[in-house]
Design a protein around this ligand. Structure first.
Ligand code: PLP
Length: 453
């Protein structure tokens, strides 16, 4: 008997799509031995794959005795600000973080956005100068450039890696370009071979926005140590977190001293006020939380990489979802986010919103991530009409800027993105992470039933 909800044509399509997919897949779907009710989509009344099982709750799950002791020690010491002691938590964290990342030094800041702005200022980049970066990122990337009243020039993406497309970066270079700011999206490396070659060819600085990319590696080097300077965020959601916090790493001691001076209201370590600079110092409580979190940081990074590799292997059997492309030379990621492209045409035309509804009903919290690229946000009109930008950039430059504000590949990435906040979930056991792949398989196998939802 046909169910009321299905026409005969849909029923045939549902059955044949399911059996074709089963035949195409070498492995029996993991849920195949479940009851009939369980193999029915939860969205259509079946049992969810995952029910009442919370994921490790980041960052609360890394809160332990060590972290509590570290924070209490700072509270009791009365050393609450970095300038009170050279052996306080902030200077200690800077030494430890630089060591962990294989960099000569580190300057801690109050946020990743502050770290990025500090680097732009320290490199002497300001009004009239241009920095090329990605439209697919946290607003902090762009604001790090805008705060220095430089022009953030947006290059388009590679649709498979979600990273800056080096060819478009090179097209957007002109005589005013001073730096490239590659953003290691999701915590995995950009095409650094190409980006560094372009920077060298055009004599440009490279500020890595590694705000999502703690501990990730490319050709034997940690992200953040490949360009001139690397920036990190320790905001709550990131894989090393203290609420709000940031850091700059680098190997050029002179440049790092300039970063220190800029972030310290323009005052050098010697106490001379030399430059224009905001006050962006990290406080001792934030560093105490970060130091208290250090003992497990490598273990958690390994676990996220192992679980990400497992998920990617499981996704090979699902033609409708393609995991983020990783460039040659990628040795590890941070897997702050685990991301995939959703191909509607390979899901029998089921749109992404419906897929996400079905997968959430199975107890797996996948989502869209960034709704639209920064090239579509109103800040562009703000700068095009502002006094300072009209003074510093020619009408011809601003007209061209307005014309070049389209990034079609970024638009496509925004439409196809399917994302898992991974800081917590990828710390779970592989058995639990299997729920994610099982739920995706289940929805994929039942995709024909979703066309009417
Ligand atoms: C989080 C983030 C930032 C900004 O860091 P904050 O600490 O939030 O200021 C910048 N860029 C990227 C890619 C980020 O993910």
């Amino acid at each position: 008997m046909m169910s009321d909800a299905l026409t005969r044509r849909q029923f045939v399509a549902a059955v044949s799509a399911g059996s074709l997919a089963a035949a195409a897949s070498k492995t029996v779907p993991a849920y195949a031995n479940l009851t009939k009710k369980a193999s029915q989509l939860a969205l259509l009344g079946g049992e969810p794959v995952r029910k009442n099982k919370p994921w490790p709750d980041w960052p609360r799950c890394c809160w332990d005795e060590t972290l509590t002791d570290s924070l209490l020690k700072t509270a009791k010491s009365g050393i609450w600000c970095r300038i009170q002691s050279a052996s306080g938590t902030v200077p200690t964290f800077e030494k430890e973080y630089a060591k962990l990342m294989g960099a000569k030094s580190c300057v801690a800041t109050g946020a990743g956005t502050q770290a990025l702005h500090t680097c732009v200022e320290a490199l002497g980049i300001g009004p009239g100068d241009e920095v090329i970066t990605s439209p697919y990122t946290d607003p902090g990337t762009i604001q790090g450039i805008l705060s220095a009243r430089a022009l953030p020039v947006l290059a388009d993406l590679d649709v498979e890696s979600y990273q800056l497309d080096p060819a478009d970066v090179e097209r957007k270079i002109n005589e005013n370009t001073r730096a490239i700011m590659p953003v290691h999206m999701m915590g995995q490396p950009c095409d650094m071979d190409s980006i560094m070659a372009i920077a060298k060819r055009h004599n440009l600085r490279v500020i890595e926005d590694a705000c999502q990319a703690h501990l990730a590696e490319h050709r034997g080097r940690k992200l953040g140590t490949i360009g001139d300077l690397g920036c990190f965020s320790f905001q709550s959601s990131k894989t090393l977190a203290c609420g709000e916090g940031g850091g700059i790493i680098g190997n050029d001691e002179q440049l790092m001293e300039r970063c220190y001076t800029v972030h310290n209201h323009g005052t050098s370590r010697k106490g001379r006020t030399e430059l224009i600079g905001p006050k962006y110092r990290m406080n001792e409580f934030e560093a105490a939380v970060l130091l208290g979190q250090f003992p497990g940081v490598i273990k958690r990074w390994r676990r996220r990489n192992e679980n990400a590799a497992y998920l990617t292997a499981r996704m090979k059997d699902i033609p409708g979802l393609t995991p983020q492309k990783l460039y040659p030379g990628t040795e590890s990621g941070s897997f702050y986010l685990y991301t995939m492209s959703y191909h509607k045409d390979r899901f029998d035309g089921v749109n992404r919103a419906t897929f996400l509804k079905a997968i959430r009903a199975e107890g797996i919290g996948l989502s869209e991530y960034i709704a639209q690229g920064l090239h579509r946000e109103p800040w562009i009109d703000e700068i095009l009409n502002s006094k300072v930008y009209k003074t510093m950039y020619s009408p011809e430059r601003l007209r061209r800027y307005s014309e070049e504000r389209n990034c079609p590949n970024c638009d496509r990435v925004c439409e196809e993105m399917v994302m898992l906040w991974a800081s917590g979930p990828l710390l779970a056991s592989q058995e639990e992470v299997a729920d994610i792949a099982d739920a995706i398989e289940k929805v994929y196998e039942n995709r024909a039933k979703l066309r009417q939802v």
